[in-house]
Ligand binder design. Structure first.
Ligand SMILES: Cc1cc2nc3c(=O)[nH]c(=O)nc-3n(C[C@H](O)[C@H](O)[C@H](O)COP(=O)(O)O)c2cc1C
Length: 245
């Protein structure tokens, strides 16, 4: 296995960090790795917010489902899908442009998350751990104000970085599904009950499929934070839906 494949296999989320900063040149290398990511039409439809204000980190730890480790991360980056900046470019050239729509947002989300993953992989190669924080999509109204976000800019992903503690390094990486559970040849085939139960066999061994899935659904899908994320995302989407409505 080559070094890149090994790195990808070994990477796992890190949620407890050593109390030491990330060296400036390493932070720079991580940010520059983002720039090298592919993007639609080479537009780089994203903006990265580098959160250096400790008070702001603490607020985000609170508004992102009270995940206190966010405030302890030496590096916190928010990847915004940014459709606004090209509209500003068009405006500057006196172009009368159409209203942006959901398709523009989806492209920008792709750009932003690919850049984010470049940061994660680059950090990993430097011995720096990271963790995505999906809850940045919650609390649209609060985050808009806190981060000074204009319309057509959506904070689609947050990643926190830091040197992993020994415990984190030794933590077992969560198991993945088998390749055959995820990859389909040519066209989509919905799984029947038997296939679903087989797919989850490894994860549900102790409790059994039904009990495990009930608990998971309550914790993740039917939970308050998940409902809030859906509500908040709709708020962000409203601007983009103007064109279609
Ligand atoms: C979009 C996204 C959102 C995530 N949000 C959170 C989060 O809010 N809090 C957290 O602790 N981990 C979060 N994670 C990390 C996942 O829990 C983790 O990637 C998954 O359990 C697999 O574990 P691994 O990264 O260690 O391989 C998120 C990951 C992704 C990709």
């Amino acid at each position: 296995m080559n070094a890149v494949l090994q790195l990808l296999r070994d990477r796992k989320s890190v949620r407890v960090f050593e109390e030491r900063p990330i060296e400036l040149e390493k932070k720079q290398a991580i940010l520059e790795a983002c720039m090298e990511a592919p993007s639609a039409g080479n537009q780089q439809l994203y903006t990265i917010l580098d959160i250096t204000d400790q008070l702001l980190k603490e607020k985000l730890a609170d508004t992102c489902d009270h995940q206190s480790f966010i405030a302890k991360a030496p590096l916190v980056l928010i990847f915004c899908a940014d459709v606004m900046k090209w509209l500003d470019v068009y405006e500057e050239a006196d172009i009368s442009y159409r209203e942006p729509g959901t398709g523009d947002l989806l492209l920008a989300i792709e750009d932003a998350m690919i850049a984010a993953q470049n940061a994660v992989v680059a950090a990993s190669s430097l011995g720096i751990g990271s963790c995505y924080i999906g809850d940045i999509l919650e609390n649209c109204e609060i985050h808009r104000e806190l981060l000074n976000l204009p319309e057509y800019v959506v904070p689609i992903g947050m990643v926190v970085f830091g040197y992993p503690t020994k415990n984190q390094l030794e933590r077992t990486k969560p198991k993945r599904f088998r390749l055959e559970d995820i990859v389909m040849e040519n066209t989509y085939k919905r799984k029947d009950g038997k296939a679903l139960r087989e797919m989850f066999e490894e994860r549900t061994k102790e409790k059994g499929y039904d009990e495990w899935v009930h608990a998971f659904c309550n914790r993740k899908y039917n939970s308050d934070f998940s409902k809030e994320m859906s509500r908040s995302s709709s708020e962000y989407l409203k601007n983009f839906m103007k064109e279609e409505n």
